[in-house]
Design a protein around this ligand. Structure first.
Ligand SMILES: Nc1ncnc2c1ncn2[C@@H]1O[C@H](COP(=O)(O)OP(=O)(O)OP(=O)(O)O)[C@@H](O)[C@H]1O
Ligand SMILES: [Mg+2]
Length: 292
């Protein structure tokens, strides 16, 4: 794959990863991707494409949802993650910010931030310094440090979720749909912060997003997932320039979204398919649709 980050060692690499939930539901069919040290990589795709599952496979959080990597390998900093617990991975600098700005709603902003340091078991002064760094970056959170997280706005909760990840001084952040449900202006602010963190502190990001235009504007490279498989990858500029991806993921043919492969295979392009609805139920449903 071309793009920024090329030539730098991978901080994360996934090879032919298949994920199954509950021993039967296919979450990922086959995903291979690389995040180079110090790069921002976007992971694009429609609902149910497998973005969150890919991130959880990388952070070791699948088991919490009765999911497992059934085939393939995931390496973080050149070593397989399989032998490490999620909290060990956090201590090693690999942190996931879950979809939906998960904060503890009854805990204050500051208490939420403290939970981010849990895996690292820092001393009190270390924790205070780490929290102060987050406040420097997100001044709005300092103003509301004693407020219950449940009373924050959506944008503030997303900042808190990211801030909590930063308390552990991560090297790689897996960020799941940070723009979800937020006003464009707030999305802009969140993405600006990600860019700053990347530029100033060299943090690497794997960013799952449905807001492809915003993600590609920021990322060095991108992967497009569909039905649990990678269907396109390249530098952000390459992906942005591809007609097929533009039509499906950049909103340029809104209302006419179809499956990515329908646009890639000439045989499927004509006559125009009429089956219509966007694929939203993921791999299992896709498998039966493909068998039609
Ligand atoms: N906990 C779970 N148990 C069973 N199946 C799951 C679970 N989580 C996800 N799946 C299935 O795995 C597939 C991929 O889902 P995933 O959540 O990774 O998609 P996504 O790209 O993140 O979608 P979205 O944009 O809606 O967040 C889907 O078919 C989904 O139904
Ligand atoms: Mg998701």
């Amino acid at each position: 794959m071309s793009g920024a980050g090329e030539g730098r060692p991978p901080i994360l690499s996934m090879q032919d990863v298949e994920v199954v939930y509950d021993g039967i539901v296919l979450g990922l069919r086959s995903v291979s991707l690389t995040v180079s040290e110090g790069s921002i990589v976007a992971l694009l795709g429609a609902n149910g494409a497998g973005k969150s599952t890919t991130l959880k496979a990388a952070s070791g959080l699948l088991s919490a949802e009765r999911g497992e990597v059934r085939r393939g390998t995931v390496h973080y900093r050149g070593r397989p993650i399989a032998a490490r617990t999620p909290s060990r991975l956090v201590r090693d600098g690999l942190v996931q910010v879950l979809e939906g700005r998960r904060c503890f709603p009854h805990l204050s902003v500051e208490e939420n931030l403290a939970t981010g340091a849990f895996a690292g078991r820092p001393s009190r002064p270390e924790l205070a310094r780490a929290v102060e760094r987050v406040y420097e970056r997100f001044p709005a959170l300092r103003d509301k440090r004693r407020t219950a997280a449940g009373h924050l706005s959506g944008g503030e909760q997303q900042m808190l979720a990211i801030g909590r990840a930063l308390v552990g001084r991560p090297s790689l952040v897996l960020l799941d749909e940070p723009s979800m449900g937020l006003a464009p202006k707030v999305v802009e602010e969140i993405f600006l912060l990600v860019r700053e963190l990347h530029a100033r502190e060299g943090v690497s990001f794997l960013l799952a997003e449905q807001n492809a235009a915003a993600a590609l504007a920021m990322a060095d490279s991108a992967y497009v997932l569909e039905n649990g498989s990678v269907v396109a990858s390249g530098s952000s500029a390459d992906i942005r320039a591809r007609e097929d991806v533009r039509g499906l993921y950049l909103g340029e043919r809104a209302g006419r979204r179809a499956r990515f492969r329908d646009r890639c295979r000439p045989a499927d392009r004509a006559p125009e398919r009429t089956e219509g609805p966007v694929q939203t139920r993921g791999v299992g449903a896709a498998a039966s649709a493909a068998a039609d």
